[in-house]
Design a protein around this ligand. Structure first.
Ligand SMILES: [Zn+2]
Length: 216
């Protein structure tokens, strides 16, 4: 079992690859099944991938720690409000924390915050009742739509399909599909978020922390 991290799996390439070259982390071939198997790759400079072989997924610490599935029936607006209560972190970090909610990563947290017209830096505990409700509705709608779009697709087509459905994530410099403003980015040491200033931050660009630290 693979820990929920920014990793992508795909069908195995036919050629041998040198270890340490490229994003390939693990290649699995199933014995006795002709050509069956898969590759596990990890992009980015920080490597976090962990692979477990277990009889029950709950034996994996990262799975045992997972928060609720936002598409499950018991994830109610009240349950969501309870998760945010006393939460001092920014909403972007909370949404992509797998121990708070399972299954939302960097891409869909950008999409959700854009659809909810909310700044990624807003403090979770400071959200108003109305904002919590809006965010709850958008989480459900965004994930539901993503599930519908990926239904029936081959593994190799999933990534392209996901990318084509994203409105702000990975689209720095492109026009916002809602208002036409230019999509901006805040970059961190090992990731970046994208947002629309007009839709999400009252037209004001957010400070790029990495850059402002360098300029000090
Ligand atoms: Zn916009």
């Amino acid at each position: 079992h693979v820990e929920p991290r920014p990793v992508h799996s795909g069908e195995p390439h036919p050629q041998r690859q040198r270890p340490g070259k490229g994003p390939l982390a693990l290649r699995v071939r199933l014995a006795g099944v002709d050509g069956a198997g898969f590759d596990v790759t990890e992009a980015g400079s920080q490597k976090h991938l962990a692979v477990y072989v277990v009889r029950d997924p709950r034996e994996v610490p990262g799975v045992a720690r997972l928060g609720p599935d936002p598409l499950s029936a018991d994830f109610t607006p009240e349950a969501f409000r309870a998760l945010l209560e006393g939460e001092r972190r920014q909403i972007k970090g909370v949404l992509r924390d797998q121990s708070v909610l399972a299954g939302i990563g960097n891409a869909y947290s950008d999409e959700i915050l854009h659809a909810a017209r909310m700044s990624p830096f807003k403090l979770a505990a400071k959200l108003s009742e109305e904002e919590v409700e809006r965010l709850y509705a958008v989480i459900g709608a965004t994930l539901q739509e993503a599930v519908e779009r990926s239904r029936g697709l081959a593994l190799k087509d999933l990534k392209a399909e996901k990318k084509s459905g994203l409105r702000v994530h990975g689209r720095k410099g492109e026009p916002c599909p809602v208002c036409g403003d230019t999509i901006r980015e805040v970059s961190f040491s090992d990731s970046a978020l994208q947002y629309c200033p007009t839709c999400q931050t009252g037209g004001k660009p957010l400070a790029d922390r990495r850059l402002s630290r360098l300029l000090k």
